[in-house]
Design a protein around this ligand. Sequence first.
Ligand code: FDA
Length: 407
Amino acid sequence: MYDVAVIGAGAAGMMAAAVAGQRGLKVVLLDHAERLAEKIRISGGGRCNFTNKGTTAANFISQNPHFCRSALAGYTANDFIQLVNQYGIGWHEKHRGQLFCNDSSESIIAMLRSECDKGRVAWRMPCAVHEVGQQASCFVLRTDAGTIRAHNLVVATGGLAIPKLGATDFALKLARQFGLKVVEPRPALVPLLFDAQQWQPFSTLSGVALEARVSTSSPVLGKPTAKPLLTQFDEDLLFTHKGLSGPAILQISSYWNPGQPIVLDLAPDANIERTLQETRQGNRQLLSSVLASIWPKRLAEQWLKNTPDLPKQIGDMRLADAPNAVLSSLARHIHEWSLVPSGTAGYRKAEVMRGGVDTRYLDQRSMEAKPVAGLYFVGEAVDVTGWLGGYNFQWAWSSAVACARAI
Ligand code: FDA
């Protein structure tokens, strides 16, 4: 009989098992995968963006935006940085508080493994869990490694993103089995796609990147009658064969709802109309050349040719000859290019899942299921989804520690 069984040896599962074990509890950690912590391994381009120095509750999406506060305050980005420093793992800040390993994300996996060893955690891996039941005061797991009994069960099997790395809906199914509701899961931090015909003129721009401001309006989660919320990000945008990607799009994808437009400002730091008017007199440059001075040339040419509602030959118009109405319309389109994505690239390409175990059913200090004593959900399986930039790992660490300290 174990004190704690943890299912899922990813970021949250290893952290929960290690902390519980180091508190003196008898812990078993199970995972069905052949290789340990694949998502940590590939994260951050192999260098694991393991936290964000500026983490606050505002960097997370959830039907209850306050749910994550207590766990994030109990185990902060600084706490994780201290652990990383104890192991002598070199790191650097890349962009807006994002911290990456200098060498390889393997060092984070090795660190968590060693923390589990310090807690004398027993491993069952690879090991599938076929059934979870309850008997008297314990959970009974029917697994490839036989029957395992534990007083407490921590579910840390993550979300649905990247099924080929072993992602499953185990946590969502188990939550439902025990009477907890699930907020509809969706791919998040994911490229957006467009109707093939609509996108065809822009598909040749695949590989073009530029800084942009992207925004979308979405209903306030949990308050369908409230005024829609405008969310915007200033980040890099990347054109792809089938649509748009890059940090700006990954960020906004987490807020985007099917059928809604996204609005792109392709020159967020400029006032295009004023610039065009101020430089207009006697200026014989083609409008495509004028735009090529602020954008990649390919983008300037293709975008002018193919943006609906702009005059067909606008690229060949000279700035001095362009009527005021054309310049206004051009500036408006550059600052407010509105597009309706046809969908996302799905879980195959998503970095995370949005939605998950409904936080109304969980205690925010311990992650324990309110209706089922001893059952805990941590990490991405919970309806708390971080922005791009190390926030999802910080949630995994913080929720895991909150749970492990409470058991
Ligand atoms: P995680 O997915 O880490 O672990 C779940 C574990 O459960 C896995 O080991 C899996 O095998 C196991 N499991 C699943 N189903 C099971 C079952 N039925 N039975 C037994 N075991 C089961 N975040 C960030 O903050 N910084 C970053 O740099 C990145 N980069 C990044 C890149 C890519 C390509 C992806 C896909 C994702 C990221 N992320 C990220 C997101 C981050 O990886 C993710 O949010 C955390 O790993 C979530 O931690 P969990 O422990 O909740 O799940």
